[in-house]
Each structure stands twice: as structure tokens, then as C-alpha cells.
Write a protein that binds this ligand. Sequence first.
Ligand SMILES: O=C(O)[C@@H](CO)OP(=O)(O)O
Length: 345
Amino acid sequence: MATSVFHQPIGTAQSHQLLQNSDFRHEFGHASVKLTFKGFKVETGLSSREGFSSCRRKFGVVQASASHTSVVQPVSYPPNNSTDELRKKSSEAALILIRHGESLWNEKNLFTGCVDVPLTKKGVEEAIEAGKRISNIPVDMIYTSALIRAQMTAMLAMTQHRRKKVPIILHSESEQAREWSQIFSEDTKKQSIPVVTAWQLNERMYGELQGLNKQETADRFGKEKVHEWRRSYDIPPPNGESLEMCAERAVAYFKDHIEPQLLSGKNVMIAAHGNSLRSIIMYLDKLTSQEVINLELSTGIPMLYIFKGGKFIRRGSPAGPTEAGVYAYTRRLALYRQKLDEMLH
Ligand SMILES: O=C(O)[C@@H](CO)OP(=O)(O)O
């Protein structure tokens, strides 16, 4: 493990908040009041759904939850701004990444990939613990994969949040689903956090290894071969996705859908999977294909990034039970936290 890239999680107990958060601005009377939920329009992600079908066809995926890919209307910018200018003007935002808690197949040591299995009791507890660690961080939007273990993790984590906003899954799989899930109270919308589910954030498709026991597979094919399938960057497991292939869809989704939200100052949480998050972290931390090999993510451990000036700054610290061990924070985070304390005490 000497060469491992150590990704520091958010510490337990206390954390810090962003003044920039639209929720904060609304709640605490900041001059530029913008309501979190206002203006969100959900569009059917037709191409995404097609993408998922073709992914399934290509890899013969048998099980995967319905793809509820939702596309939040892109943030609109003045027409002539270049991306660089936008980045410079962009406000600060928090990005939380959480790998789902332990699943029933993690417990059984089976290759899981796109198979849609739920959390174990321990996984539920991990998700709740993760929620405690991020309970003071503002969350304006949540992105999860289409798989239940990531969705359970996001929902359970949010039960611990001090603001007690309600995460609500946006259903845009059909016009009817969109209409039938409408909310008719602006106040209720303000107390909600939209949850966008996207197949592109799914675990990498493990091909013919899905459902096989990892130890038995290593015994059969050799430790080195199985390690190559599991951790090499560009060698796919039989009929599955390599990390590189997984990155193509997960990082593209991040750039196209999540980064614009961060650019507009929204604080985002992503609940996803070991390999889809490894590929996203590779992009955020500019890791090489050699470095990412050694990147391991634990289940249920949140990681925090601050997005500022177009850059992602990792704000991790070794997991620890004390405030002192918690990640560094910005003045805005600290101020948000202070206001939250005042409001809730
Ligand atoms: O089985 C899987 O889907 C993944 C994550 O649990 O396994 P690995 O860590 O081997 O990539």
C-alpha cells in the first residue's frame, strides 16, 4: 500500500458550510436570494436511456434498475461568455462524493458491477454514519447512479442532515412520470433537494465476472490476472468495461451535467460506486492511468471537494472523530455552519 493514492474522507462529527449555497442565501436573508428548487426543469434523457440500452445490449446486462436518467435543465449563461470566463466568474461550491455502503454482494465477496443489489445492515449503518459526517454541509442537488445501493446510501445519508430537507427523486422516464410526480407547493419545493439518477454513474459493467466470487475467480484464473481485470486502467474483464470505458461515460456525465451545477454555485452530492467514482476522482485530481490503479475507495466514506475558480480542491483529512481532524474549510463554509447553529439552537 506504500504507493497508494490515499483519499482522505470527511471526518466525523462536525463540518462546515457554504454561504454561497442558494439555500443558505434564502434561509439567512443574503442579498441575492435564489431558491434552490426554482427553475429546475426536468427533461427526459432520451439519448441517455438509449445509451443505457445499447450498453445493456453490448454487454448483455441482465439486471439493472430502470434508468431514471434525468437531465436538469442546463444552467443558462450569457451567450458570449467563454468557458474560461465562466469559470473565473463562477462561485464556490462544495462537491461531496460517497461510495455506497456495503452491499449484500460486497458482503459475499461477489463481483457486482451493474447488478442491482441492496445494502446490508452494515451498509445501512455506513450510509447513516456518512450522513452524520456531512450533516452540516449544504446540499442543493444530489446525483446518484441508477442502482439501488447508491440511491439507498444517498437517501439514508440525508436523513441525518441538520437542515432536514427532503431528498426527492426526479422521475423523468416519461412525460407521465414527470407529471405525476409534480409538487404543488413552492414552500414544499424549497424544503426539498432534487435527486437526479443517472445510469452513467453506475458501477463499471463487470461482464462475465458479475456474480462470481472474487476469491474463487482468483483461484481459478490466477491472482495477477484477476488483479489486472479489477484494477488495470484499460484492460476490460471478459465482456465487461475497463476503467477507461467506465470513465468515458461517468466523466462525460460529470462534465456535461454536474460541473455546470457547480459552476453556478450549487453544492452537489454524488452517491455512486467504487469504479465510477475512481474514474471521476481521476479526472478531479488529474491522476494518471498509473496512479489510479492504486486508488481504493472504502464503502460509505464521504469525500469533500471545493470547486473554486474552475479548480477542484480536495478537502479531505484522515478520518477522525474530532472536529480538529476534519477537513479544512473556507470562510463561507464556516459562516454557513455558524448560521446553521444559530438557526437550529
Ligand atoms: O464488484 C464490484 O462491482 C466492484 C466494487 O465492489 O469490485 P472491485 O472492487 O473488484 O472493482
